[in-house]
Design a protein around this ligand. Structure first.
Ligand code: PMP
Length: 414
């Protein structure tokens, strides 16, 4: 009798690299080493093909047309919603709202749920390691509503001080919004514990998954978060499309975000009846092409296997951390126990930007600066860091090149 065995995909980095045409680029006669994945990841050929196919064969506006192209475009757009639902294990496809990215998702919640539910004197808790996108929308809301932003402190190794968090929770707390994985420190936060503590006093929680969705298994039902956001361009998908997940009963009770076509059932000059989920929050013609291509990106991740990718990225993280720590004057910023594949560092007496320029001359792309987390830099009393962030297509050989590049920078700048 034949037995069925589950075969997990073999992780072959050279094979994976062939799927990303940009990795063949040369810069200054050197093969590109792309270590700026936390800013945006590169795109596999299947994602590029999905965009070209959409515009070449079935470009049409969705939902309203009865002709074949409109039906094909609508089906492809809605298939991405179903794929995203599975990717984060949401209970219903209508809990998936397409946005422009994580930033728009957070703003949508601030402008709708926030405006309805936050009043003078209420408190919103965020953390000291938030991206500006998870700070500024709440500051705008707090200014308008005379409410107060409370900050969970960060510890020296770049983790959240959970005891302080639990002390911040009170009857005044109306929302907690925290980052799942920090883009500047790499820290993976214990979001389940954060969510459970807030829920014990009836407070909803939003999770910024901009950095976690690509690396970690996301199960919004298990996590029990009330909102979750991520961006397509950081999960090997196109720019200009992202996802807001919200629990159905919460989304149903929020006021709309933008008004316009698509988000209505019926309009008269006297009264408008809003559409059902998810269309209520998708006013106007959406970003059809990029949303369609996002499915190819998620399929690509699933086919490669998230567990294998994570294992590979963890190996790279460990290898890079050990190599970099050995360099004279180098200090890693963000040494949490649980990290995604992000290494941020400073080198004594050198400005991060100067290091970035020297690496660029050697074909190595890293990010330098505050990474849109200025409060983190203030906490560590540094102007910024050099950040190398790894994706499924990076290799140890590339990390060796980074180390050689940094040795050169140290020679040149000291
Ligand atoms: N949150 C985090 C943690 C991020 O890293 C980013 C992007 N750097 C964002 C939010 C914002 O994402 P986007 O610019 O794609 O909207």
């Amino acid at each position: 009798m034949e037995t069925l065995t589950t075969i997990s995909p073999v992780f072959d980095v050279e094979n994976i690299r062939e799927s990303f045409p940009i990795l063949n680029r040369e810069l200054n006669d050197k093969r590109l080493v792309y270590f700026d994945n936390a800013a945006t990841s590169q795109k596999p050929q299947v994602v590029i093909d999905a965009l070209v196919n959409y515009y070449s064969y079935y470009n049409a506006n969705i939902h309203r047309g009865i002709h074949t192209l409109a039906e094909e475009a609508t089906a492809a757009y809605e298939l991405t919603r179903v794929t995203v639902r599975k990717f984060i294990n949401a209970a219903f496809p209508e809990e998936i709202i397409f946005t422009r990215g994580a930033t728009e998702g957070i703003n949508l919640v601030a402008y709708t749920w926030g405006r309805k539910n936050i009043n003078a004197g209420d408190e919103i808790i965020i953390s000291g390691m938030e991206h500006h996108s998870n700070i500024v929308p709440w500051q705008i809301l707090c200014e308008e509503k005379k409410s107060v932003l409370k900050i969970i402190p960060v510890t020296e190794n770049g983790e959240l001080d959970l005891d302080s968090y639990k002390n911040l929770l009170s009857a005044k707390t109306k929302l907690v919004s925290v980052v799942h994985a920090s883009n500047s420190l790499g820290t993976i936060n214990p979001v389940k514990e954060i969510i459970d503590a807030a829920h014990r006093i009836g407070v909803p929680v939003m999770i910024d998954g901009a950095q976690s969705a690509v690396h970690l298994d996301i199960d919004v039902q298990k996590m029990d978060c009330d909102f979750f956001v991520f961006s397509g361009h950081k999960v090997y998908g196109p720019t200009g499309v992202g996802v807001l997940y919200g629990k159905k009963e919460i989304l149903e009770n929020m006021p709309p975000f933008m008004g316009g076509g698509e988000m209505i059932k019926e309009v008269t000059f006297e009264k408008t009846i809003y559409n059902n989920l998810p269309y209520k929050y998708e006013a106007g013609t959406p970003n059809i092409a990029d949303t369609v291509a996002l499915r190819s990106a998620l399929d690509f991740i699933n086919e490669t296997g998230k567990n294998s990718i994570r294992k590979h990225e963890n190996d790279l993280l460990k290898y890079a951390t050990a190599q970099l720590e050995a360099l004279p004057g180098l200090r890693i910023i963000g040494t949490a126990k649980e990290k995604v594949s992000v290494v941020s560092f400073v080198i004594k007496n050198m400005h991060p930007q100067d290091i970035g320029v020297i690496l660029d001359q050697q074909g190595i792309a890293v990010r330098t600066g505050h990474h849109c987390t200025q409060p983190v830099m203030d906490y560590f009393r540094i102007p910024g860091t050099v950040r190398a962030s790894f994706a499924m297509y990076n290799t140890k050989e590339e990390i060796d090149k980074l180390v050689i590049g940094l040795q050169k920078a140290i020679e040149m700048l000291s």
